[in-house]
Design a protein around this ligand. Structure first.
Ligand code: NI
Ligand code: MN
Length: 229
C-alpha cells in the first residue's frame, strides 16, 4: 500500500492513505511557505495538534466547506463547535481511536496551546498514526525534546515528522537527539524556514542524522509529495 505525504509548508501535511485524505494543522492563509490556498484543499479528516494560529490556521473554513471530521483535544473541539464546526471528535493525551484512515493515538508534546482569541486550548499533542498496513507514523507537532520520546520509539516508528526550526520548538541539535531516542526508520523535518526566525539548513541536519543515527532522513520542499512505499 502506498501512502503519500504532501508537505504544504510549515507544519501542514496532507496524508493520503487508505483512500482517505487527512490534513494536519492546516495553516495556509498567512503562511509564506504555503503552496496552495485554503479553498483549494480537500480533506476527509483534519487533525489539529494545538491552539496556536499557525496550526489551527484555516481549520474552520476548510471544515465548514468540506464537512471534514476535525479531531483534536476536547478544548479545541469545543472551541471549533462555537465557530460553527459541527463535525468534531474530541480526544485527549494518551487516548487512541480507530478511524477509516488508521488508528490514531495522541501523545504528549511540550509546548503551549492558547487559541487565537485567547481561549484555553488545553494541552498540545502529537500524533501516532498506525496505517491500515501496520506501519506507524509519528508527527511530533510543536514540541521540545522530551525523554518519553523513547517510549514512542518503543512502539516501532517507521516514519517520524519532527520540528527543527528552533525558537518555538526543538532546534536541529535536540531534533537529532529526538531521532536517537525514537529510532525511526525514516525522518522528515518540518516547522522551519517559514520565517527568518526559524530558518534552518535542513540538508545539513539530514547529513547529521545520517552520520549519527540509523534513520534515513528525507528533506522535502513545500508542495512536494513524498511517496511512502
Ligand atoms: Ni505552537
Ligand atoms: Mn507552531
Amino acid at each position: 500500500m502506498t501512502t503519500t505525504l504532501t508537505w504544504l509548508g510549515h507544519s501542514t501535511w496532507l496524508i493520503d492513505t487508505a483512500g482517505q485524505r487527512v490534513l494536519i494543522d492546516p495553516f495556509l492563509t498567512g503562511n509564506p511557505a504555503a503552496t496552495v490556498t485554503a479553498d483549494q484543499v480537500t480533506a476527509d479528516f483534519i487533525l489539529v495538534s494545538h491552539g496556536h494560529g499557525d496550526h489551527v490556521g484555516d481549520t474552520v473554513a476548510i471544515a465548514r466547506r468540506t464537512g471534514a471530521l476535525v479531531i483534536a483535544n476536547y478544548e479545541i473541539t469545543e472551541w471549533l463547535a462555537r465557530q460553527g464546526v459541527e463535525n468534531v471528535h474530541a480526544m485527549n493525551t494518551g487516548g487512541a481511536h480507530p478511524f477509516p484512515f488508521g488508528h490514531l493515538k495522541l501523545t504528549i508534546a511540550h509546548h503551549t496551546s492558547m487559541l487565537p482569541d485567547g481561549a484555553n486550548g488545553g494541552n498540545p499533542v502529537g500524533f501516532i498514526l498506525r496505517l491500515a498496513d501496520g506501519r506507524k507514523l509519528y508527527h511530533a507537532a510543536d514540541t521540545g525534546l522530551f525523554y518519553d520520546m523513547k517510549l514512542i520509539g518503543d512502539e516501532g516508528i517507521d516514519l517520524a515528522i519532527l520540528p527543527i526550526g528552533d525558537n518555538y520548538t526543538m532546534g536541529p541539535d535536540d531534533a537529532l537527539r529526538a531521532v536517537q531516542l525514537i529510532q525511526p526508520k525514516r525522518v522528515i523535518p518540518t516547522h522551519y524556514n517559514t520565517w527568518e526566525l526559524i530558518a534552518q539548513d535542513a540538508h545539513a541536519w539530514a547529513a547529521r542524522v545520517r552520520a549519527d543515527s540509523t534513520a534515513q532522513a528525507v528533506v522535502l520542499k513545500p508542495g512536494e509529495v513524498y511517496r511512502w512505499e
